[in-house]
Design a protein around this ligand. Sequence first.
Ligand code: 1GP
Length: 242
Amino acid sequence: MREQILTIRQQIVEAKSNGQKLLAVLLDPDKIVLENLKHLIDKINQSPATHIFVGGSIVQNNILEELISQLKQKTSLPVLLFPGDPSQISPKADGILFLSLLSGRNPDYLIEYQVQAAPILKKTNLEVISTGYILIESGNETAVARVSKTKPLSRENLDLVLATAQAGEMLGNQLIYLEAGSGARQPVPAEMIKLISQNVEIPIIVGGGIVDLYGIEKAYSAGADLVVIGTAFENDSHFFEQ
Ligand code: 1GP
């Protein structure tokens, strides 16, 4: 019998149902020096990472295409765009987290950029994975809050975060991303991850401010299906050797 090839989303759903935990390395094109990329990719290939996310709140340099080409040549991990706006779409990636910033009330990040991106995405073969993106207060102002001109949801207001995640699921989002923001002082609280994961069916991504193995394990045991590591790997390419 021919084996069915699963989409990236289906693989994430399957991993969740098998209790297998996933790990994404986030590469921000603005923080990558192409000369170092081979070294970084070697480190990613030796790490337990299962996915590579590429993107940032604002990407000013123009290495995106080259970065993704090299990733596709040198790793077999799925490469997902994690864009701050429609200028960060590359047809060379495998897929895109099609984000809607559900924690904010800025229509640009709720629907306007998605309307701009849709015709561009239609011309690509990218797998589009609709993702409810929820920014949680983390002790410092993060780039997402600054660029999107939105306020994160309070760490204390678990009911509001839960209602937001459930609304995202009811709207048809395929993933929920609980985001403390890149370089966050405090990661998303474990009790919040637990509450959301127990009350929505779709897989939960957790990122922002996770800087060590303990933080990764804590997020997994609270119910995160996929953890994202950006800054800690940017600061130390040996991060995954711990
Ligand atoms: C940011 O969740 C990601 O969007 C990763 O955050 O850079 O803090 O690891 P860090």
